[in-house]
Ligand binder design. Structure first.
Ligand SMILES: [Zn+2]
Length: 357
């Protein structure tokens, strides 16, 4: 702690994406800084004082959309806190109050659309939401997931990256340039080659992000190894902002990318394929294990009711695309609709059982 304890006004906890959760104390000035970081993101995504922002988030010890909430207020939007309500009640609130924007994890926003369609007979694309900010998972930067989100809601979907111990360090702007801006007024981002530790300056080469928050006081963030895998984009953004772009957003986490049958596999590549195949539902599950000495990948998917009579075609298309995009073969299991687990916060769809041995 770098300030006297009496200056701390709040503490939160990391979601523990990797390992043990960590407590994060902040001063009042840190909190103003957090909401400042988010305000830049929201403004770049077209949030304006006339917007009515619905936040379908269980307000708790995780920082998640707390800062998004206060940032939306700071730029003059009306904010509707949608905590405690269940998914159906949240959809009814959006309808009744004619909300124009919302924030959530891509998993939850897709799940809301499914609930609206399947259980309430409401087409979410006919509601008044015209923009959605996604955070917490990579989905909104994965083209096929973004397309599903945008089609389901009839809205623009923007990616946002942040972390409890860092702050809101990156955002996609309204031009959707196929990447995210680094919030460079608040952060210094470096990219480090995983094997050698050398700093990567040129575009097109992936590495781990090393980040410094320029004005965080209670528990500073100095050259923090976030394990996010990113690369610089070669092109400036058409929106005119000069802050640098990372291509394709956060493309994975250094500890998620794993070798299967000798081939490097990023779980996000499987998501890109599954969500790109017509006739498949949004959920899937991947389990990697070993049969004898050989790696095996089991992939469970759901076929939508309207594609049930073309199950084999859908499965063949999936297998072809997976081979093409990931160079691997999968044991595919087609499950009934709504049989795979649904997630509200961070989805756990990729399980590597080899690591236990
Ligand atoms: Zn831009």
């Amino acid at each position: 702690l770098c300030v006297p304890l009496e200056e701390v006004t709040i503490f939160r906890q990391t979601s523990g994406t990797t390992g043990q959760p960590v407590y994060q104390p902040d001063t009042w000035q840190d909190w103003e800084w957090w909401t400042g970081c988010w305000s830049y993101s929201l403004w770049a995504q077209g949030y304006r004082p006339r917007d009515r922002v619905f936040i379908p988030f269980g307000y708790n010890i995780f920082v998640a959309f707390w800062a998004g909430h206060y940032a939306a207020e700071k730029i003059g939007c009306e904010v509707i806190p949608g905590g405690v309500l269940d998914t159906k009640a949240r959809i009814l609130k959006i309808q009744e109050l004619q909300a124009t924007a919302m924030m959530g994890t891509p998993t939850y926003i897709l799940g809301m659309a499914e609930t609206a369609k399947m259980k309430m007979g409401i087409d979410p694309s006919e509601l008044t939401i015209d923009k959605i900010t996604c955070a917490g998972e990579c989905g909104a930067s994965i083209p096929s997931t973004k397309k599903r989100l945008e089609e389901a809601w009839g809205a623009k979907v923007y990616d946002h990256a942040g972390a409890t111990e860092i702050g809101a360090w990156s955002f996609e702007c309204r031009d959707q340039p196929g990447g995210m801006h680094v919030n460079e007024a608040f952060f210094l981002v470096e990219i480090k080659e995983v094997a050698t530790g050398a700093i990567i300056e040129e575009p097109g080469q992936r590495g781990k992000m090393i980040i410094t928050a320029l004005d965080r006081q209670a528990q500073p963030c100095v050259r923090f190894d976030s394990k996010d895998v990113i690369e610089w984009s070669a092109d400036p953004c058409s929106c005119g902002r000069t802050s640098r772009l990372i291509k394709g957003g956060v493309v994975g986490r250094a500890d998620d990318i794993t070798k299967v049958k000798g081939v490097l596999l990023a779980p996000s590549a499987i998501e890109e394929v599954v969500r790109g195949v017509d006739g498949l539902g949004d959920e899937y599950e991947v389990v990697v294990d070993k049969v004898g000495d050989v790696d095996r990948i089991k992939l469970k998917v759901e076929v939508l009711p309207e594609a049930q009579d073309q199950c084999q075609l859908v499965e063949d298309e999936l297998a072809d695309q997976l081979r093409l995009k990931t160079n691997l073969r999968y044991d595919i299991e087609v499950c009934g609709c709504e049989t795979l687990p649904r997630y509200e916060v961070k989805a756990k769809r990729f399980k590597d059982l080899r690591k236990k041995n």
